[in-house]
Design a protein around this ligand. Structure first.
Ligand SMILES: C[S@@+](CC[C@H](N)C(=O)[O-])C[C@H]1O[C@@H](n2cnc3c(N)ncnc32)[C@H](O)[C@@H]1O
Length: 293
């Protein structure tokens, strides 16, 4: 049965919040959400179990892993996520955003639910994280992307720092005396932005290979590059970033590296231990209120 969240939005809530920030909590995220006051988070990213029916394991000998299996199948998975997503909206600031990382199993259903919870006008992107890993499906194309649903608490008021990456296609274009490519338009020369094109909603970021140095031994660990992009785009220095299914702590590491405040939780003690260890090891950018050495 669903635990009923205790709301604490009275004045003492901000004192309570200070005790929760900068920590990885071992609990069901519903419990942590219930302890948070309204409107405290600038960015929430969640990567909940996808309802694969599998048990995910880390390094063979470690015994580390988690079961992605909820009795009741897809309907149960949706029923599990719904109240938690409603709580996530409650704890978002007016300028805040939510990213929900899913795959083809749940994404279409949760998109409909999130449209109802947030309002369709606050839907911003369906981000496709495209990757290549080995597989040999017999009778359909290889499934090589995840879907990240991106919503604003209030579109237009949300924090968004445009991200640029990569190279423009400049073959065949004219070049000036300094070798810079440009297009000729009626209004004169049009130069390309020095930092590259705007990042689109399809992200080609490699999956962490089994031998990647970034791996910390927790299954389903997401690449830091993916979370780094989300943290940079949708939070400001000193803003509070939360991950309520934090696994190995990738979001929290990205937040710490970028000088954001953070909090996270996971119901699996092994995940909590790994995240805490990772965060202690990880350098952090001084936040705006901290004096620079
Ligand atoms: C896909 S993993 C997250 C991986 C993470 N993004 C990373 O980069 O390591 C999902 C996590 O959700 C956790 N989890 C499952 N149910 C939960 C719940 N009710 N509350 C909090 N965490 C939960 C699992 O233990 C698992 O670590």
């Amino acid at each position: 049965m669903m635990p009923s969240p205790r709301r604490r939005t009275e004045p003492s809530a901000s004192a309570g919040l200070a005790n929760l920030v900068g920590r990885v909590h071992e609990c069901d995220c519903f419990e942590l959400l219930a302890r948070l006051p309204d409107g405290c988070c600038e960015l929430i990213y969640v990567d909940p179990p996808f309802g694969t029916g599998k048990t995910f394991r880390g390094h063979a000998a470690s015994g580390i892993g988690f079961a992605d299996r909820l009795a009741g199948g897809r309907a149960a998975q949706i029923a599990f996520l719904l109240p938690r997503l409603i709580e996530m909206r409650r704890v978002l600031r007016e300028c805040g955003s939510l990213y929900v990382h899913l795959d083809y199993r749940l994404a279409p259903y949760i998109r409909v639910e999130l449209d109802l919870i947030f309002g369709q006008r606050n839907f911003l992107n369906e981000i496709i994280w495209s990757y290549r890993t080995g597989s040999r499906p017999g009778c359909h194309f290889a499934r090589k992307h995840d879907t990240i649903l991106f919503y604003a608490r209030q579109a237009g008021r949300h924090v968004f720092n445009l991200q640029r990456e990569g190279e423009y296609r400049t073959e065949g274009l004219q070049r000036d005396a300094e070798g810079r490519a440009y297009k000729t338009t009626r209004r004169g020369r049009l130069y390309f932005h020095g930092e590259g094109p705007v990042v689109p909603d399809v992200w080609d970021i490699p999956f962490l290979s089994t031998v990647s140095k970034e791996r910390v031994g927790y299954p389903s660990q997401k690449p830091l590059r993916l979370l780094d992009r989300i943290v940079r785009a949708s939070s400001s220095p000193g803003g509070l970033v939360a991950d309520f299914f934090c696994g190995s702590g990738t979001t929290l590491v990205a937040a710490q590296q970028q000088g954001r405040r953070w909090l996270g939780c996971d119901s699996n003690p092994q995940a909590v231990r790994i995240s805490r260890h990772r965060l202690v090891q990880c350098p952090h950018e001084p936040r705006p209120s901290e004096p620079r050495p």
